[in-house]
Design a protein around this ligand. Structure first.
Ligand SMILES: [Zn+2]
Length: 96
């Protein structure tokens, strides 16, 4: 019996790199229109993927994040997502 491995490729909205889902950071807009970083990759809502902070910054400049999420992304949203993403990328910086 073949084991079904559906490794769905995702595209970074910053640089356009195509990577496995685990290699990218997910940003999600929930039903209430709140944009946030999704460390689990499982939150409900429309998602967009970036591979790094730099790519998020690039996507911010080009408004690709807004297009991907189909909503307005405020400065506040960007700052929050950037902060959360930075925490997730920095090893040993657990604030639990
Ligand atoms: Zn990227």
């Amino acid at each position: 019996m073949a084991v079904q491995t559906t490794k769905r490729q995702r595209t970074c909205i910053g640089c356009g790199a195509t990577l496995g889902k685990g290699a990218l950071h997910r940003i999600v807009r929930n039903g209430e229109g709140l944009v946030s970083f999704d460390p689990t990759g499982r939150l409900a809502g429309r998602g967009a993927y970036v591979c790094s902070e730099d790519c998020l910054a690039a996507a911010r400049k080009t408004r690709k994040l807004e297009r991907a999420l189909r909503c307005k992304v405020t400065d506040e949203d960007y700052e929050r997502v950037l902060r959360e993403l930075a925490l997730a990328e920095a090893p040993g910086k657990n604030e639990e």
